[in-house]
Design a protein around this ligand. Structure first.
Ligand SMILES: [Fe+2]
Length: 322
């Protein structure tokens, strides 16, 4: 059977303050500022900030809702960490770079023979840089982070679950991943060619209390897997329903892409999303990407009110086209 989703598109988390989030993802991780917009659900204006590699490729797009109005609770049933691929041999650079920026980091560890460093976003969100030279996607670079050390995109998400079984069935039967290894508490699943952007890791934490599902600072909200077009989403929704995952959402218009959501048995929200014509270039040119706030057309009549409620942010020049 051919499955319609082939890897990641984006991973979304709730940060705290907007400016500290911009500083972390651009200056510390060295990502490009790809888009400034707002959360498209609900009535309260909340930024939706997008960061990516040089070419805004699916599987490199980190997005955040700076949600300082409420703290989230980390736990099981949640994305535990987002892992970003860096070239083999670059961890000594990252250790020093994170230290220079005052980022709280753990000692380097290994998972499935790959070295990684886990570290914290100012809101407490966890991120990792993991070495895998198989990732050929073009990184964004900054004056501090050269091409040899820069982030290529997602390696994958680490999902904390209390039980493996049902979440494993979801990724294998509904999404077409195959199980490729167990290393201590980590269970690895890969799709397609495997490796960077095609890997999901379950971290088995049987005694960990459940984390919050609502928006809340310091917690990841969902992972989004990518399909080519609307047909991919329709097909994925049919697979979910045929298997009995009847809580798959309708297909939603997210302006830059279309989305459909289904919560997996372990508690993590899994979005399916696909390109729409124009994508991130629907409302600004390549050279303008990320330089100013854009609202989708259905929010235009609330523009002044929304702008007045958002904390102004300053994007480093090194994070936009030059
Ligand atoms: Fe999403």
């Amino acid at each position: 059977m051919n499955y319609p989703l082939t890897g990641y598109h984006h991973i979304t988390a709730c940060a705290g303050g907007a400016q500290e989030d911009v500083n972390f993802f651009t200056n510390v991780l060295g990502l490009r500022m790809a888009k400034q917009t707002v959360l498209m659900d609900g009535k309260i204006p909340i930024y939706h900030l997008y960061y990516s590699n040089a070419k805004l490729e699916p599987g490199s797009v980190m997005t955040t809702f700076p949600y300082s109005r409420k703290q989230g609770r980390q736990g099981s049933g949640q994305v535990q960490a987002t892992a970003f691929t860096v070239r083999k041999g670059s961890l000594p650079f990252w250790k020093d770079h994170l230290k220079r920026h005052g980022v709280q980091q753990e000692a380097a560890q290994e998972r499935f023979g790959q070295s990684f460093i886990r570290f914290k976003h100012p809101s407490g969100l966890q991120a990792e840089v993991i070495e895998d030279s198989a990732d050929a996607r073009e990184p964004w670079t900054t004056p501090q982070i050269a091409k040899n050390e820069a982030v290529h995109g997602f390696h994958g998400a680490v999902l904390s679950v209390r039980e493996i079984g049902e979440t494993e069935r979801f990724f294998v039967d509904a999404l077409g991943f195959r199980k490729t290894g167990v290393d201590g508490p980590y269970h690895r699943f890969e799709t397609g060619t495997g490796g960077p952007n095609k890997t999901v890791t379950l971290q088995h934490e049987p005694d960990r209390p459940a984390g919050s599902w609502t928006f809340g600072a310091g917690t990841h909200h969902h992972i989004a897997l990518w399909g080519a077009d609307d047909n991919a989403l329709t097909e994925q929704k049919a697979i979910y329903e045929e298997l009995g995952y009847t809580d798959a959402s309708e297909i939603k218009d997210r302006f830059y892409f279309h989305s459909m959501y289904c919560r997996c048995p372990g508690g993590i929200l899994v979005e399916s999303c696909c390109n729409v014509p124009g994508g991130f270039l629907k409302d600004e040119t390549e050279a303008e990407l990320g330089t100013k706030l854009h609202l989708p057309p259905w929010f235009e009549d609330r523009q002044d009110e929304i702008m007045a409620q958002l904390e102004p942010i300053r994007v480093p020049e090194t994070a936009t086209a030059r």
